[in-house]
Write a protein of this length. Structure first.
Length: 319
């Protein structure tokens, strides 16, 4: 939810993945908290240079090629399909697998509905180019998320009616990603494209989970344990923190690659992470501020998806 700090009115992103049960449909994600930031504590500084390298999930010996360059479907291959696993999911096993380093070209940020739509539409193309070859290398399905930019006070989704306000920054449901401009509260955050991009990349991270089958497997556990139970909330935190790590991977793979993602944008996103999390929101389903920042930075620093295996992490690291 968007709220205002009492001093500088700094608006920080706390992404909330929620289920809307009104229609009884499948998993959805409302990353919709840009909450009052907690006071930052001293933390690790961003690396001076991008530490990512371009790697294939199937090989660490061809750093100049992307997964799609090294994996070619052949006749008789089974059709792409989800794999309903968590810690042992195939995409989380190779220590050398990461997103290819690419240049991402984005329009300059303009704090208008038209400007935001142009920015996020271009960002989706970059995210598609990053994640599609990666997923297809593991014979997983891929379709881009459908973007929506609702302008009314409420909008309909497969998961029910969503009211726009300070509580709605972005909303993901079953392959649809909603970005109501009024939810971004740009009058408070201003010209902060790196922060907006990290928010969007986190949402896209939930889409990656959905395509891979991780989202379904996580919700199966949550249903079994009870959404409000300690075990159910821990599973929700693991899911959220992985999306954080995926967001960091994307920015880490694209910073300083000759495109629009500058070191300034990357640093803004890096430092923004420590102001968000359960310590700020008062919830128990996203992770502490320290862990929220830790997992984003783990993805950003090394761009290795094995570092995003929140489902194998000790409970203390997903608290």
């Amino acid at each position: 939810m968007l709220a205002y700090s009492c001093g500088a009115l700094l608006l920080s992103l706390v992404l909330v993945l929620v289920y809307v049960f009104a229609t009884g449909t499948g998993p959805s994600s409302a990353d919709n908290e840009l909450l009052e930031p907690a006071a930052p504590t001293p933390t690790l500084s961003p690396p001076a240079a991008s530490s990512t390298t371009e790697q294939s999930p199937s090989s660490s010996e061809s750093p100049s090629s992307s997964p799609s360059d090294t994996v070619t479907p052949t006749e008789g291959d089974p059709p792409p399909q989800k794999i309903f696993k968590l810690a042992d999911h195939p995409i989380l096993q190779d220590p050398d697998a990461g997103l290819a380093n690419r240049a991402c070209h984005l329009p300059g940020w303009r704090s208008t509905p038209e400007g935001a739509e142009a920015f996020f539409t271009a960002a989706r193309e970059c995210l598609d180019a990053a994640w599609e070859p990666f997923l297809r290398a593991y014979n997983l399905p891929f379709t881009p998320p459908r973007l929506h930019f609702p302008a009314s006070a409420s909008f309909q989704t497969q998961c029910g009616t969503i009211n726009v306000g300070i509580a709605t920054a972005a909303y993901y449901c079953e392959g649809d990603l909603y970005l109501p401009f009024d939810g971004l509260q740009t009058e408070q955050y201003g010209n902060a494209p790196g922060v907006y991009l990290a928010l969007f990349a986190h949402e896209y991270g939930h889409h990656v989970q959905e395509l891979a089958g991780i989202m379904d497997a996580a919700w199966e556990r949550i249903y079994a344990e009870g959404q409000d139970s300690p075990a159910g909330q821990e599973m929700s935190r693991r899911k959220e923190l992985q999306a954080q790590c995926f967001s960091g991977m994307f920015l880490g793979a694209h910073v300083d690659q000759g495109g629009s993602i500058t070191r300034e944008m990357y640093n803004a996103a890096w430092y923004d992470q420590e102001t968000r999390g359960d310590d700020t929101s008062g919830t128990r389903d996203h992770g502490s501020n320290a862990n929220y920042a830790k997992w984003w930075r783990a993805g950003a620093y090394d761009n290795r998806i094995v570092d995003c295996n929140t489902f194998a992490a000790p409970a203390s690291e997903v608290s």
